[in-house]
Design a protein around this ligand. Structure first.
Ligand SMILES: NC(=O)c1ccc[n+]([C@@H]2O[C@H](COP(=O)([O-])OP(=O)(O)OC[C@H]3O[C@@H](n4cnc5c(N)ncnc54)[C@H](OP(=O)(O)O)[C@@H]3O)[C@@H](O)[C@H]2O)c1
Length: 240
């Protein structure tokens, strides 16, 4: 059985993944943006999950989440699930996963929620200003987090890093008219984080419904990845 931190588990795919992993006997750490939202996970906490809280758009709060998790004991896996469609897309969808990856160095598996929309993101790293987290599109943020995953897979051979496109599913973000199956939306990341046979999926995969796909080709460009890592290290003061 694995221990798994899932960011943004107060709703949507994060909550569904937490529910299923807990039911499967895993040790789950749920996360919500604040204590009030953590109460949306009360049924999961009652069933044995442990909880942490903090706003992922605020670097100090992300550091606070890592401290809370470190006090509980570092998990085997992290599902970087939380995301926003607009507003502070760079801080929530990119900087927070980067920082949590750096601040939880013992986690051996990292799963990042990407999106098919990453294909519309820009690979021009010099145009991103992380001091203005809303000055980029959702597609840009998912391009960047996919490149981040591939950088981790390239540079940290001791870690399994993968990304998931969950499909367009009916959550708060996806909307009620979303056409894809909701359960297919969380199963792949739960499998990547806690499946017994890590070698079956390896590292550096971009997954949709348990099948590898080719992401935007420039996410795999080492120059793009390195430029991104330099910018994130400058912005956070924390390197990988
Ligand atoms: N739904 C889709 O069709 C779809 C498609 C492609 C990719 N994705 C990706 O899948 C992931 C999960 O999406 P979802 O559909 O489950 O979204 P959702 O229903 O909107 O849930 C998002 C979760 O992230 C949390 N969150 C957002 N901003 C936060 C912040 N600043 N600090 C802490 N927590 C924060 C939310 O907390 P609150 O409940 O407090 O807001 C919620 O728990 C996201 O990364 C998304 O980009 C979704």
């Amino acid at each position: 059985m694995a221990s798994i931190l899932i960011t943004g588990s107060s709703d949507g795919l994060g909550r569904l993944a937490a529910q299923a992993l807990l039911a499967g006997g895993h040790d789950v750490i749920v996360h919500a943006r604040n204590l009030a939202r953590l109460s949306a996970c009360q049924d999961l906490l009652d069933a044995g999950a442990r909880g942490v809280h903090g706003d992922l758009s605020d670097q100090d709060e992300v550091r606070g989440i890592a401290e809370q998790v470190n006090r509980l004991g570092q998990p085997d896996s992290v599902i970087h699930n939380a995301g926003v469609l607009d507003g502070p897309v760079l801080s929530v969808n990119v900087v927070a996963p980067y920082l949590l990856t750096a601040l939880l160095p013992d986690a051996g598996r990292h799963v990042y929620l990407s999106s098919s929309m990453h294909r519309g993101g820009s690979p021009k790293i010099d145009r991103y200003d992380f001091a203005h987290p809303d000055a980029a599109s959702y597609s840009d943020s998912k391009f960047l987090v996919t490149a981040l995953m591939l950088a981790l897979a390239r540079l940290r051979l001791d870690i399994l890093a993968n990304a998931v496109d969950p499909g367009w599913v009916p959550t708060k973000m996806g909307g009620t008219g979303a056409p894809d199956d909701l359960d297919d939306g969380w199963r792949t990341q739960a499998w990547l984080a806690a499946g017994p046979d890590a070698a079956a999926h390896g590292s550096g995969g971009y997954w949709h419904h348990r099948r590898r796909q080719d992401p935007h080709p420039q996410t795999a460009d080492a120059g793009v990845q390195d430029e991104l890592l330099v910018k994130l290290a400058e912005h956070t003061g924390v390197g990988w």
